[in-house]
Write a protein that binds this ligand. Structure first.
Ligand code: GDP
Length: 520
């Protein structure tokens, strides 16, 4: 196969949702179609206790998440598909956001009974900012949930994106009969004993069936006619820019509507795209010279295994194990001999991978998040990964004052690596760490101890609303209070940490000349 042929069959997406919407279940069903796993229940150790193959991170194990389940590749219908998981709940971290920087499309799973939930919204915003295609799977139709129209409206209003239903449910919960494929004009029945039904142009059944007189069926047809009347077309260009999301209804648990979804996904999802460099060029996936960037570093919390795994997205060319690459930040040449791909229930050494693929590099401390790796004497940096607005803050100090040097070295390195964000209070120079998820603090504390031999004291500052300031020269001392703490970020930019929404609005009213903004 030529490089072009190899790249053209790749699709790399992140799966996003609020916890419990059914992300794991859907992933599992997708992997089953791809033959990547033989039975359900292998994706998350949490559910099966089957997580003996990896020795990564004690914390990870305790939490039942795994590095192996964060990237999975499977084959389907001549395509090679890479799924990137976006861990949620207490495992939510900046890495979760950064994962979205490494994909070409996203699949959003929504619980039909709950609609858009907070974490979906956060992750969606990042996808939207990148302008990548977003496919929506509305899950749990086997249970009673919100009405399809209400769900579509909620998506459109909350997320500011057009929707295009690809199929439409007939009933839900106990009355769930099946889904109507709008294009094929078929009704795929939910129950095994039923057969596929066909509809004509006017949504009349082509053969008579008991469902004809069913109120759920009548309602579904009426709704579909309304959808048709609204006349929104399936605009592929809008899909590709993230301005329209195709919506699929189904039940991941019952493996219903999943294959239709997957078929449409491979039809419409884009192949790997190019990436901008800081120098202003675009590196294209078919460029033969190898390049890639690091978007996530998984620290190994086990002291006996100090090394870490750096996740790399390949942007151009082919990776061959043992190849020499240059880390452009330092100019250092590295031979990559320990590399891994991620399969559903295993990691395995990867010898060859191309643009669009995600591979893991064993790292003894060479890499930072955002690093560019290039082959064959090239020299450029991919554009920086965005910094995300932290929501949780902790004051931190060294337990033993004699350990100051190690303490500062540890913080500096972990901050540079992208594990955590650093702030300093203006006058007292107190160190405050910022994170988007609690896990980041736990990892920080653990690594300070195991890698830098420093016990730290962490004192929660709690949830804060961080706002950067456009016109720093307008700040006065009077603005720094316990409800609006003024801090420097690590680049020396001023940031207010507001106690809550109320304090933020109060401040904006009182000091209208100060122009506040948030990062992503
Ligand atoms: P995640 O947290 O988003 O990964 O969600 P899971 O895939 O772990 O699913 C959460 C719960 O919802 C589990 O108990 C699943 O069995 C259940 N679930 C997932 N999909 C469906 C579905 O289509 N219908 C029903 N009734 N339950 C589902």
């Amino acid at each position: 196969m030529t490089l072009r042929e190899e790249v053209e069959i790749r699709k790399t997406f992140a799966i996003i949702s609020h916890p419990d919407a059914g992300k794991t279940t859907l992933t599992e069903k997708l992997l089953l179609f791809g033959g990547a796993i033989r039975e359900a229940g292998t994706v998350k150790g949490k559910k099966t206790g089957k997580f003996a193959t990896s020795d990564w991170m004690d914390v990870e194990k305790e939490r039942g998440i795994s590095v192996t389940s964060s990237v999975m590749q499977f084959d389907y219908d001549d395509f090679k598909i890479n799924i990137l998981d976006t861990p949620g709940h207490e495992d939510f971290s900046e890495d979760t956001y950064r994962t979205l920087m490494a994909v070409d499309s996203a699949v959003m799973v929504i619980d039909a009974a709950k609609g858009i939930e907070p974490q979906t919204l956060k992750l969606f915003k990042v996808c939207k900012m990148r302008g990548i295609p977003i496919f929506t799977f509305i899950n749990k139709l086997d249970r009673v949930g919100k009405e399809p129209f209400d769900l579509l409206e909620e998506i459109e209003k909350t997320l500011d994106i057009e929707t295009y239903p690809m199929n439409w449910p007939v009933g839900m919960g106990p009355s769930f009969f099946g889904i109507i494929d709008r294009k094929k004009r078929t009704i795929e029945p939910f129950r095994d004993e039923e057969n596929l039904l066909h509809l004509d142009e006017d949504y009349q059944l082509t053969t008579s069936h008991a469902i004809e007189s069913d109120s759920a069926f009548e309602a579904a047809i009426e709704e579909l006619m309304l959808v048709d009347e609204a006349g929104e077309s399936f605009d592929e260009a809008k899909l590709l820019t993230g301005d329209l999301t195709p919506v699929f209804f189904g039940s991941a648990l019952a493996n219903f509507g999943v294959q239709n979804f997957l078929n449409a996904y491979v039809d419409f999802a884009p192949m790997p795209s190019g990436r901008l460099t800081e120098e202003g060029d675009v590196v294209e996936p078919f460029d033969s010279a190898f390049s890639g960037f690091i978007f996530k570093i998984q620290a190994n919390m086990n002291p006996a295994h100090r090394d870490r795994i750096a996740f790399m997205r390949i942007v151009s060319g082919a990776f061959e194990r043992g190849m020499d690459v240059t880390l452009t930040r330092t100019g250092k040449k590295l031979k990559i001999s320990r590399s891994t791909s991620f399969m559903a229930d295993d990691t395995q050494t990867v010898n060859h991978a191309v643009s669009g693929d995600i591979i893991g590099l064993y790292d003894s401390g060479n890499y930072q998040i955002g690093d560019t790796l290039v082959g064959s004497n090239q020299k450029f940096h991919f554009e920086k990964l965005p910094q995300f607005t932290p929501e949780l803050f902790m004051k931190v100090s060294a337990k033993n004052v004699m350990k100051q040097k190690h303490f500062h070295k540890g913080i500096e390195q972990l901050v540079q690596e992208g594990a955590i964000q650093l702030y300093r209070t203006l006058y007292t120079n107190q160190i405050i760490l910022g994170a988007v998820g609690q896990l980041q603090f736990e990892v920080f504390e653990h690594r300070m101890n195991s890698e830098y031999n420093v016990d730290v004291v962490m004192e929660p500052v709690g949830k804060k609303i961080a706002r950067w300031i456009e016109n720093e020269e307008a700040i006065t001392d009077a603005m720094n209070s316990s409800r609006s703490i003024l801090v420097d970020d690590r680049f020396g930019n001023k940031v207010f940490l507001f106690e809550n929404e109320f304090a933020t609005r109060w401040f904006e009213d009182k000091f209208p000349d100060i122009k506040l903004y948030s990062l992503l």
